[in-house]
Design a protein around this ligand. Structure first.
Ligand code: ADP
Length: 255
C-alpha cells in the first residue's frame, strides 16, 4: 500500500504560561492510500484539532505532516490554498452547501472553480450522483432536500475531484440513524471500490464501525487503534464500544 500522509511528533499548544494547554502531544501516525480511519475519543481530547492540522486549516506548534512527500507545515498561503483545493476534500457536520444553487451545481463546484470542461463536469456529477444515490435530486435546492440527501451531496462534492484524502468532521452528527447508515455505506463503497482515503472524526460507535481502522485519541496522543481486519461490522462495533467504556472509566494505554 502507498503511504499518503506521514505525521510525526505533532504537537499543538494553545496559549502561554499559566493558560498554556497542550492539546496534541507528540502524536505520530501513518495514513495509507485506501485507509478509512475513524478518530474517536472523549470530548476535548484533540480530535478536531488533529483534523484541522492535517487538513491544513491550522498550523501545529511542532511536528511534521507530509502529504505525498511534501512537508505541509513548510508551505505558505496561496500555495497551501491551491494544494488544499486540489488534493483535500472536506465534509462538515452541517453540510455547508450553498443555498442558492441546485444540488448539481453544489456537487460540481470544485470542478467549476477549476475551469473543467462542461461535458466532463456533467459526466462526473452524474457519476457521483450514482455513487451517493442522488440521481433524482440533482435539480433540487438544498432547502428541498432531507439532511441525509444534503450530506450525501456534500460528500459527492468532497470527492468529485478525486482528492488524495477526505476529512470528515462528525459527518453524521446531524443525521438520524437511517441517513447516517446510508451516508456511511456510500463512503465505504467509494473507499473500497475507488480506494478513496478517508479520515472521519466521530463520537458514534455505529459510524466508526464502518471504518477499516479506528483510532482513539486521549490526552492528545493515540491511545489505542483497532483494525477491522476480518472482523464483521458488528464485532468491530463491540470492540469500539468496549474501548470507549474503558476510556471513560480509565484504563491502561496499549497503543
Ligand atoms: P475534541 O474535538 O476532541 O472535542 P478539540 O480538538 O476541539 O477536542 O479541543 C481540544 C482542547 O483544545 C479542548 O480542551 C479545547 O478547549 C482546546 N482548544 C481548542 N481550540 C482552542 C483555542 N483556539 N484556544 C485555546 N484552547 C483551545
Amino acid at each position: 500500500m502507498n503511504e499518503i500522509m506521514k505525521i510525526r511528533n505533532l504537537s499543538k499548544i494553545y496559549g502561554k504560561k499559566e493558560v498554556r494547554t497542550t492539546v496534541l502531544n507528540n502524536l505520530s501516525l501513518d495514513i495509507e492510500e485506501g485507509d478509512f480511519i475513524a478518530v474517536m475519543g472523549p470530548s476535548g481530547a484533540g480530535k478536531s484539532t488533529l483534523l484541522n492540522l492535517l487538513s491544513t486549516i491550522d498550523k501545529p506548534t511542532q511536528g511534521s505532516i507530509i502529504l505525498d512527500g511534501q512537508e505541509l507545515t513548510a508551505i505558505r498561503n496561496e500555495k497551501l490554498a491551491k494544494l488544499r483545493k486540489e488534493h483535500i476534500g472536506f465534509i462538515f457536520q452541517d453540510y455547508n452547501l450553498l443555498d442558492n444553487m441546485p444540488l448539481m451545481d453544489n456537487i460540481a463546484l470544485p470542478l467549476s472553480l477549476s475551469n473543467e470542461k462542461a461535458k466532463n463536469i456533467q459526466q462526473r456529477v452524474q457519476e457521483m450522483a450514482g455513487l451517493f444515490h442522488l440521481e433524482g435530486h440533482l435539480k433540487k435546492y438544498p432547502h428541498q432536500l432531507s439532511g441525509g440527501q444534503k450530506q450525501r451531496g456534500a460528500a459527492a462534492r468532497a470527492l468529485i475531484r478525486n482528492p488524495r484524502i477526505v476529512f470528515a468532521d462528525e459527518p453524521t452528527g446531524a443525521l438520524d440513524s437511517k441517513s447516517s447508515r446510508e451516508l456511511l455505506c456510500s463512503l465505504k463503497e467509494i473507499n473500497e471500490e475507488r480506494n478513496a482515503t478517508i479520515l472521519m472524526v466521530t463520537h458514534s460507535a455505529q459510524a466508526a464501525s464502518h471504518a477499516s481502522r479506528v483510532l482513539f485519541i486521549k490526552d492528545g496522543e493515540v491511545f489505542h487503534q483497532i483494525y477491522k481486519g476480518h472482523h464483521t461490522r458488528q464485532e468491530l462495533y463491540q470492540k469500539i464500544s468496549d474501548t470507549l467504556t474503558m476510556l471513560t472509566t480509565g484504563g491502561e494505554r496499549h497503543a
